[in-house]
Design a protein around this ligand. Structure first.
Ligand code: HEC
Length: 110
């Protein structure tokens, strides 16, 4: 009986630490970014109308931005519309989202 308990605790510990090390970029994106930037990084028309400066995340756009520069935008914010997320996300979560938007851009059709 005690062995089972130990295994249970160990398994929980491993799962928790893995989750802490690698935040889910997609889940974070879907929660915080999707409504403006669109499911696959292509902003919906309503948002394009609302925010003239919003751009599609495609390869060309992301080629000019590194994971670090996206993290910087998320930390400091860029404008009135693209605000800082430093109260909503931890640095490692911002890094995961940055990676995810680059993945979206790599997959985007021109
Ligand atoms: C309220 C709508 C809104 C939300 C939510 C939002 N964005 Fe933005 N985002 C914008 C707008 C508008 C711009 C263009 C701002 C500008 O150029 O001044 C922008 C620009 C950007 C840029 C380009 C910045 C640059 O280097 O020029 C990146 C990268 C970005 N957003 C990532 C994200 C990520 C990641 C999230 C989620 C954590 C997010 N955004 C959430 C509206 C939003």
């Amino acid at each position: 009986m005690r062995v089972f308990l130990m295994v249970g605790i160990l398994a929980t510990a491993i799962t928790t630490s893995a989750a802490a090390q690698a935040p889910d970029g997609k889940a974070l994106y879907d929660e915080f970014c999707k409504k403006c930037h669109g499911v696959i990084g292509s902003p919906p028309q309503t948002m394009v109308k609302k925010f003239e400066k919003i751009k599609k995340f495609d390869a060309e756009f992301m080629a000019k931005r590194t994971d670090d520069s996206v993290v910087k935008v998320l930390t400091k914010g860029k404008s009135e519309d693209m605000k800082s997320f430093k109260d909503k996300m931890k640095p490692e979560e911002m890094a995961a989202v940055s990676k995810y938007v680059h993945e979206l851009a790599a997959k985007a059709k021109p």
